[in-house]
Write a protein that binds this ligand. Structure first.
Ligand code: 5AD
Length: 434
């Protein structure tokens, strides 16, 4: 984001650089630049994504210096947790005490939390998520941009509005020039340093052309690029990695293989997981997660989704609600409640307290106007803004009434920065330190 904090390289060991941020040292991986101690860089997701001129870095740092510590104080004050003295039931308090003190907990404990209905207990669960987020990850919040480059899809997933069977949605595919122009605007005008390029699973995707765009964005703009084009296979993944993309966004949708097969006919969970694992072993950072509220999903399925995302070495967790779309076979099923998603966010944080980036998804924001704020106060620390050109955004109709569908980027940026500031969060990414 525009307010990302430049770090100063203090030492270098092979491809690992150590970067100082106001006295705190973080590790970042350098794949792209010729660096020496004293240089200034931006890091995203643990990668150095840009080298910055010292004069520019020092100017940005002087602006940051004023707010950096006061934001941390605001966050600390908001995220305090007091379990003792609460009127919540003893069972709930005992479990929350364990999870916030890093003591061993069981699957049954988490099932208990997932089943909570009492308002007092739910409030404490959310606060516990926020407490753990602050304790281990401080106040930085990733703000990624997503460009939806095409809505062509060859799959027939039962929940998704751009599935191949939906003849009612006009199809579009952005040209490579349009993709680069959208990326340029996001990076140069609005300061994004992480971009997701997403499409349906388009059998006609031209990998060589896409690799060229990725290379151009990487070299000319300097951003961390996540690709999200569905199951593109090892060759596709490799081509895009070689071109400079370093992240994969792919949800496994459901950890329950039967449920997966039911809603994604003709496809297997096994194949999808294999794809994610191959990307990880190639060096991709992984953003993954599941759909919450798919008809037939049990509470244990949801916990298994959380465990599976962790097992897949997720760098960022993307768990969002199922939202019914009228042109799909699941049209008549209701979405989950806001509270259900907040529980999942808090549980994700409990299971991954130390290093998880947990996203407030656009689908969740579509479900509730308070989702972003409440999600960030339940353990989440990432948001993704839609930077797809406005004329295409409405056509990427995976579910109806998507939040921010009509909002210019400038408006979205202003809104998120104001919210983060009010919560004491810094729209920055200090690096994953892997
Ligand atoms: N509701 C919520 N999320 C959906 N997605 C697709 N259709 C829907 C829907 N109806 C999500 C899927 C997919 C991501 C790009 O969008 O989880 O992985």
């Amino acid at each position: 984001m525009c307010y990302a904090i430049p770090g100063k390289v203090t030492s270098i060991s092979d491809k690992t650089v150590f970067v100082d941020y106001f006295g705190e040292e973080k590790k970042a991986y350098n794949d792209f630049y010729d660096l020496s101690p004293g240089d200034y860089v931006y890091a995203q997701g643990g990668y150095v994504v840009q080298k910055i001129l010292p004069v520019d870095a020092e100017e940005i740092l002087s602006v940051w210096k004023e707010s950096f510590f006061s934001l941390q104080e605001t966050d600390l004050a908001i995220s305090r947790l007091a379990l003792s003295g609460s009127k919540a039931d003893a069972g709930c308090l005992r479990i929350l005490d364990k999870v916030t003190e890093s003591l061993r907990y069981t699957n049954e404990d988490l099932l208990y939390l997932l089943g909570l209905e009492n308002e007092e207990c739910l409030g404490l669960l959310r606060k516990s998520g926020n407490f753990l987020r602050q304790k281990y990850m401080k106040n930085s919040c990733c703000v990624h941009g997503i460009i939806e480059i095409s809505n062509y899809c060859s799959r027939g997933c039962f929940y998704c509005g751009i599935s191949s069977y939906n003849g009612a949605v006009p199809r579009y595919s952005m040209s490579n020039d349009e993709i680069f122009a959208a990326a340029s605007e996001a990076v140069l005008k609005y300061g994004f340093r992480s971009l997701v390029l997403q499409s349906g699973e388009d059998a006609g995707l031209d990998f060589d052309g896409m690799a060229e765009v990725v290379r151009k964005i990487r070299e000319e703009l300097g951003a961390l690029i996540f690709v999200s084009f569905g199951e593109i296979g090892v060759d596709g993944l490799k081509k895009l990695y070689d071109a400079g993309s370093r992240g994969l966004l792919m949800r496994f949708e459901s950890s329950n293989p039967m449920l997966y097969r039911r809603v994604c006919p003709g496809h297997t969970l096994e194949g999808r997981l294999e794809h994610i694992k191959q990307a990880y072993s190639m060096g991709y950072l992984i953003i993954t997660g599941a759909l919450i509220g798919i008809p037939g999903q049990s509470p244990q399925d949801i916990l298994n989704d959380i465990y599976l995302a962790k097992d897949l070495n997720a760098e960022m967790f993307s768990f969002g609600p199922f939202i019914p779309h009228s042109s799909t076979p699941l049209a008549s099923y209701p979405p989950p409640k806001e509270e259900d998603i907040l529980k999942v966010i808090a549980l994700l944080r409990i299971v991954n307290p130390r290093d998880a980036r947990i996203l407030v998804t656009t689908a969740f924001e579509t479900l509730s106007s308070e989702a972003r704020r409440n999600g960030l106060l339940s353990g989440a620390n990432s948001v993704m803004l839609n930077v797809t050109p406005l004329q295409y955004r409405k056509l990427y109709s995976i579910y109806p009434g998507r939040a921010h569908e009509d909002e210019p980027i400038e408006f979205q940026v202003g809104e998120v920065v104001a919210l983060l500031k009010s919560l004491g969060r810094a729209p920055s990414d200090l690096g994953a330190g892997h």
